[in-house]
Design a protein around this ligand. Sequence first.
Ligand code: NAD
Length: 418
Amino acid sequence: MNVYDHPTFRMACEQFDLVADRLEIPPAQRDRLKYPKRSMTVALPIQLDSGEVKVFTGHRVQHHLTLGPTKGGLRYNPAVELGEVAALAMWMSWKCALTGLPYGGAKGGICCDPTAMSSRELERLTRRFTQEMIPFIGPQIDIMAPDMGTNEQTMAWMMDTYSMHVGHTVPSIVTGKPVGIGGSVGRREATGRGVAYLINRAMDTLGIAASQATAVVQGFGNVGSVTALSLAKYGVKVIAVSDIHGGIFNRSGLDLWELEKHIAAHRTVAGFPGAEPVTNEELLLIPCDILVPAALERQVTRENASRIRCRILAEAANGPTTPEADVILGNRPEIFILPDILCNAGGVVVSYFEWVQDLQSFFWTESEVVDKLFRILEGAFTQTLGLSRKQGITMRLAALSIGVGRVQEAKRMRGLFP
Ligand code: NAD
């Protein structure tokens, strides 16, 4: 299916093919499992503050509908393309199945630079996209959530647009919205909190003491910043972080609370006093115990995989390691990988809690949310580690095998329509 051709989609397909070979999935079932159920591409004309009308392109890909509605984030980034969105939707499917959620995967994206747009422009763009998506979304069809470049406010605009369309308030149409309009406590922090929980479990498994450990985080956005702060609470020393403008490094540890103040004033980590500047490429090579890519896909590559120096590679971003890099890391057993579909699953797990709370109009406390989140992550971690050890396969192959296997089994049980 050339319509999805993109380096990230090819990467997701390569991973799938490895798992399909291992699970001996018959050829006739492979394409059915691999290719998205449907995808929509829309033109989004909006008026900029200057008065000029500009047309943006938006995509939404729904990967499979076998287990329930589709679920997945919406990304605003200049590099968004259909094939990248399709790959992210496929990974969401395996992630939801690995954590036992009743969803198929989806993803959306608008090709735009949100950092160069005003709030009014972003609102117009979000509302227009939601309007175009109305025939394809719904609380039992497809539910969006924040991803790179989008946030609680984006979700609030989407919910408002959809609710105005149907004539009554529908909080369950999106997750990751503000708590005051039906969001869940603990959703904003969920992905980073989950990443830190799993890193802590990996440290236990490897016998690394948190108080002796150092961490490097690429991408200090929602996921990266909460991961860093949560790791610091476990006692880990965070020595380097970055964002799109560059990175900062201090071997003695960064004061993250001071850094938050610096970001509030300057909107970047760059220029933080008392730390050396580093590029994003250099940052990945800093010796540390825990390396957390929390920005974009394809950051650990054939070029740098043999040179990263960490004990735990915690994939907070989706798809940060290329298949070529995976082969190199396969020959470096000293590095324990927390694969993306496990590592960052906390976000969709608490999104699921938010959807359940909205459907029931019955809201939980933060400790209920966090307890249930950790219980689900613990189950997924234990199953993945167990399969990895039992069959002598990588954590990634184990996690993907569980996820793909469950979707395959569900399709088998439902049969082929008509
Ligand atoms: P965000 O927009 O809040 O933060 C992204 C961060 O990455 C920002 O600091 C940005 O400056 C930085 N960045 C962007 N381009 C970069 C580059 N070229 N080099 C270095 N840094 C760069 O996004 P987020 O929600 O934190 O998402 C980050 C990653 O986590 C994405 O891969 C996303 O798909 C994944 N993820 C997010 C969630 C969630 O709940 N938000 C859940 C699962 C996975």
